[in-house]
Design a protein. Structure first.
Length: 148
């Protein structure tokens, strides 16, 4: 459902959330989150343009969240790099739906709406603060701390 770019953006944002406001380099995020650094660089620039991330140059530079993680939703991240799009034409190529969508179009539209709601209702802070985070994620975030 999500592009590689979207997945990498989500990984980067989770890494920055775990950074607690300390600048994190592209290299550190790339290594810890298993993302190609050259690709990640482009993804981070898109996040900067969307005002989700700030960048600082220099020896102690890197990337930080532009606002608190509790105020950034997964939908914000997704829409920054690869916006969700609603289906605008009938998947069955029916020329006229009248006021009712065809059954397939309706189901697909409902599914997209549910996914959009779930993404809108989940913040970055929630992903990091869950009581029993994934052990693999915990390991990656610990590795990130050592690379900083």
């Amino acid at each position: 459902m999500f592009s590689q770019t979207t997945e990498y953006a989500l990984r980067a944002m989770i890494a920055l959330t775990a950074g607690s406001g300390s600048p994190t380099t592209t290299r550190a995020i790339a290594v810890a989150m298993k993302v190609p650094a050259s690709y990640l660089s482009k993804v981070l620039q898109a996040l900067v343009r969307a005002k989700l991330v700030r960048s600082t140059r220099g020896v102690k530079g890197g990337f930080v969240l532009a606002r608190p993680a509790a105020g950034i939703t997964l939908l914000d991240v997704v829409n920054a790099v690869n916006p969700l799009e609603r289906i605008t034409s009938c998947p069955l190529d029916l020329t006229n739906h009248s006021s009712e969508l065809c059954p397939l179009h309706r189901r697909l539209d409902e599914s997209l709406a549910q996914a959009e709601t779930a993404l809108r209702n989940t913040t970055l802070a929630e992903l990091i603060s869950e009581e029993n985070p994934c052990p693999t994620l915990r390991t990656q975030l610990q590795q990130l701390q050592t690379l900083r």
